[in-house]
Design a protein around this ligand. Sequence first.
Ligand code: FA5
Length: 331
Amino acid sequence: MSRFAPMVDEAIEAIEGAASLADLEELRPTLLGKKSALAGASRSLGAMDPDERKAVGRELNVAREAVEACLARRLDSLRVDDRRQQLEAERMDLTEVRPDLRRGHLHLVTQARDRLEDVFVGMGYTVAEGPEVETAWYNFEALNIPEWHPARGTFDTIFVNLGEPEEVMLRSHTSPVQIRTMEVTEPPIYVVAPGRTFRTDAADATHLPAFSQIEGLVIDRGITMGDLAGTIDEFVKAFFGGEIESRLRPSYFPFTEPSAEFDISLPDGGWLELGGCGMVNPNVLQNCGIDPDVWQGFAFGFGIDRLAVMRYELDDIRELVNNDVRFLRQF
Ligand code: FA5
């Protein structure tokens, strides 16, 4: 056994007992430095004869290597511990800052529009669409509103600076889709056309400059005003449920004859104007190449935003476009 074995055992015990990297660094000079027992033994080699010096020197080297190897192992293991503790201390508990995840949903005008489509599709209608930018032909002329007609002024049209003055405009109602449909479809026709419409109206509690309408058009044989009244009644009941009633009031639109406005009953006993309707004017049928002696029809058009106001009992139509998430979240 090496004469240095007890010295090595003692050093190994001290190394294993070091609890931290700092302790180990402090220990290093005591074990391997100039004042260490190993260094002392090294110095005593000088007084020995060459053979003994050789043998003891070899033992001394083995002892020194054993101490150094043990020190390196302990250093590694303390470093690993140290890193683990550091990671543990820096770990963030993300569950505490988890955001309040709430799913969005469709805007209430979109919800109303989808529901309207469902009700009419259930009654056998198909859904049509048309462009939001229209020519005077589709927005007015084909609808029996020639340039000189006073009704043209009532639509408060927003014109677009394209081509001839006052020839291109943002559509002021969805009625141009009637024309576009009749141009390309053989009767019988049962369509609804929802979409955005635009007027120079200033925003107030019941008006918006950009709003949505839904147009309805039926062309078939033997259609009467009774079919129109029945259809509106049917739709109002399907949309609102049993309690709400509808009524027609005589009115005037150049594209229908006779024309009416239709109202729905309010909880306070009053009535709210929802839209216009009537039997399709024979001039309009002719403008689209449909023979008025064979085919008759009715049309209606009403405001979807006004319907949403009514259905969700809002005080002001502008709530629909304020984009206040706290308000929209309720529906
Ligand atoms: C028309 O637009 C006709 N095209 C309706 C029609 C279609 C009649 C087919 C006959 C046959 P009017 O301008 O009245 O009609 O508008 C219809 C509805 O749109 C109104 O009753 C209202 O509900 C809605 N509306 C009109 N202007 C606005 C506005 N500025 N803001 C919100 N809703 C509006």
